[in-house]
Design a protein around this ligand. Structure first.
Ligand SMILES: *[C@@H]1O[C@H](CO)[C@@H](O)[C@H](O)[C@H]1NC(C)=O
Ligand SMILES: *[C@@H]1O[C@H](CO)[C@@H](O)[C@H](O)[C@H]1NC(C)=O
Ligand SMILES: *[C@@H]1O[C@H](CO)[C@@H](O)[C@H](O)[C@H]1NC(C)=O
Ligand SMILES: *[C@@H]1O[C@H](CO)[C@@H](O)[C@H](O)[C@H]1NC(C)=O
Ligand SMILES: *[C@@H]1O[C@H](CO)[C@@H](O)[C@H](O)[C@H]1NC(C)=O
Length: 377
């Protein structure tokens, strides 16, 4: 239960490379072991730090539990996994209870910033409920240290929402894949609530966003298939956003890994009440192998539908509803490269995932292979 001592973070940041990293226009790439690891943090629901109490913890845990437990959990996860990127998939803050959205955001992302690991965030449906609008929250995030988050793609003249962007992950430095994006990450704003009456409920990914995704995916695939080292298959992609797609309701315990404890609504999946077709767009594009969302705190499964994994992370934050006695959790994804015939690192061979629980030993559960190159899926 020990958190990373603050003093060691300070010491770490006194070394020149730390200072350089902060000002360097960081490019993501696989490490020298041919690995790239992503930590997903869903639904922190951060408010006012030590004055904000936890929801749904055991009576014995109730008295000593605040937002600072969420902070400690991030620090422990970063320490245990040492990811190459941290992705926050929305409801980063719980606007209704926040006294000052900017302060809540600063506190929520502080452990990521202190770790000096690049991080990104997208918006959920609660981020804008405080003193900042959705645009205001995303602008604040984009201005924070060590983040690779973007407000919106400059090439898209019209796009719905705030925080739609993509990131390329380059191959290993010094190899012939060094300048190719061997893994593509897509981040989208899945909105908050429907503004189209009489449709009620949660928002959806709009045609403008899908069009941007489609064009971006096609462009990345064209680049990947060109020289140097032209490839036949597209580089795998991963998509991160907040609200699950309606297709998350396609599974039951016979064909997912994890649990679905949400009992309400259409099979316990709180997606929009209409289907805007983003899943079909993903299948059509052909590169995305897995989608990662949050929103339903006590669902944490991954299921595969027509070659695409639909995954939840499970709730992370203590000021978010949960289930007493059911640990808060986080999802880790690691992509691994294959060796080329020349013994150098090539393109992505497999994508694996697992979760960790916020218990004494950060128990690792539900490890599985989401995608592997040779299985053809
Ligand atoms: C937990 O503590 C809060 C604040 O003291 C209180 O409002 C709430 O009823 C407590 N819940 C339980 C289950 O003890
Ligand atoms: C929250 O943090 C406090 C202080 O470190 C700790 O005593 C308590 O067990 C934590 N609660 C939970 C639910 O992890
Ligand atoms: C990658 O780009 C850098 C900088 O432009 C260049 O120096 C290097 O030779 C390139 N490597 C490959 C394998 O193309
Ligand atoms: C999962 O299994 C259920 C039956 O238990 C079935 O109705 C459903 O179509 C399956 N889903 C997928 C994606 O195969
Ligand atoms: C189920 O959802 C409805 C409508 O959102 C809500 O009024 C009700 O309290 C929920 N029931 C449970 C058991 O969560």
């Amino acid at each position: 239960m020990r958190s990373i001592p603050v003093v060691s973070e300070l010491m770490f940041c006194l070394i020149p490379s730390c200072v350089l990293a902060k000002h360097h226009n960081q490019k993501l790439r696989f490490d020298k072991y041919g690995r790239f690891k992503i930590l997903q943090v869903a639904d922190m629901h951060y408010a006012n730090g030590k004055n904000t109490l936890c929801l749904n913890v055991l009576p014995s845990q109730n008295a000593s539990c605040t937002d600072l437990n969420t902070t400690a959990f991030i620090q422990r996860m970063i320490h245990a996994e040492k990811p190459n990127l941290i992705v926050f998939t929305g409801d980063n803050i719980f606007g209704f209870d926040s006294l000052d959205s900017a302060k809540s955001l600063d506190a929520a992302f502080a452990p990521a910033i202190a770790s000096n690991i690049p991080w990104v965030a997208v918006l959920g449906n609660h981020d804008q409920e405080g003193s900042l609008s959705r645009e205001g929250v995303m602008k604040h995030i984009v201005g924070m240290k060590n983040t690779l988050s973007k407000l919106n793609p400059t090439e898209a003249h019209i796009i719905d929402g705030f925080g739609n962007y993509n990131l390329k992950v380059g191959g290993v430095k010094g190899t012939s894949f060094a300048n190719k994006s061997v893994l593509n990450l897509y981040f989208l704003d899945s909105g908050d609530y429907s503004k189209v009456l009489p449709i009620l409920g949660y928002d959806w990914i709009k045609p403008s966003q899908q069009f941007w995704f489609q064009r971006t995916s096609a462009k990345l695939q064209r680049e990947y298939k060109k020289g140097p080292v032209p490839q036949k298959e597209p580089a795998p992609g991963l998509a991160y956003f907040h609200i699950p797609l309606p297709e998350y309701a396609s599974f039951d315990s016979s064909n997912f890994t994890g649990v679905k404890l949400e009992g309400n609504g259409s099979a316990g999946i709180s997606s929009a009440s209409v289907n805007s077709g983003f899943f079909t767009t993903l299948v059509g594009a052909g590169d995305v192998k897995a989608v990662f969302t949050g929103h339903d705190h006590i669902n944490d499964f991954c299921g595969k539908l027509t070659g695409i994994n639909l995954c939840y992370a499970g709730g992370f934050g203590y000021h978010a509803y949960g289930k007493a006695g059911w640990s808060r959790r986080a999802r880790v994804v690691v992509a691994s490269l294959e060796k080329t015939v020349k013994g150098s690192w090539g393109n992505v061979k497999s994508i694996k995932t697992w979760k960790r629980l916020d218990d004494q030993r950060l128990t690792r559960i539900d490890a599985e292979v989401l995608w592997s190159k040779n299985s053809g899926a």
